[in-house]
Design a binder for this molecule. Sequence first.
Ligand code: ADP
Ligand code: MG
Length: 216
Amino acid sequence: MQQFSNSDSGDIVLAIAQRIVENRVHLSDIDGLIGDGDHGVNMAKGFGIAAERLRGKARPLSASLTVLGDVLMTEIGGSMGPLYGVMFSGFAESLNDVVEIDAAAFERMLRTGLAEVQSIGDAKVGDKTLIDSYAPALEAFSAATAKGDGFATALDALIAGAEKGRDSTIELVAKIGRASRLGERSRGVLDPGAASCAIILRSLAEGAKAKLRVVP
Ligand code: ADP
Ligand code: MG
């Protein structure tokens, strides 16, 4: 079985925050096509503040997720602060009492985060939001473990599912959020939230993969 330790994995969250900050211009460019062009700016602000708080301090993964969730909830504008805030806080709560994170604990974490985002945002698959990246990613992870794949292989499936889901938003018409005001004109470009969600999930999966240990 493959697993990784909660206690020394807080640096995964710093890496996620850094990836978002690096993608600031890219994410705002995408939002410029169907929104108000602030997605990268909003995201880089919150994730940048979190990165400063996380840098140089070793923490458990669950504790770093709590820091990120709290910062997002209180310090970013736009739709994304509360949505990603509850997602990361949900991840944190689900891992709080977990010492060794195996594929089952990781899946519970992902399910909790998705339920939290949907409980406040009410978006479903097909609405052209971050859910179109998140839900297929979780489904791909879950399907991989269900057919007996190891944790590392399931994490690869998660990344592929997130990116395929992100790309599926090109063909969709936005049903929720600012872009929904454009109706049919929102078709033909990526959803910015789906793009940032795919970056987050890839970075989370790669961070977890790098820490995996095989245990009997
Ligand atoms: P704003 O729309 O306020 O300018 P951002 O540009 O930061 O905020 O974020 C836009 C993204 O937010 C969209 O691309 C979409 O993925 C996501 N989003 C908006 N509303 C919801 C919702 N209710 N549920 C899930 N995601 C949403
Ligand atoms: Mg915007």
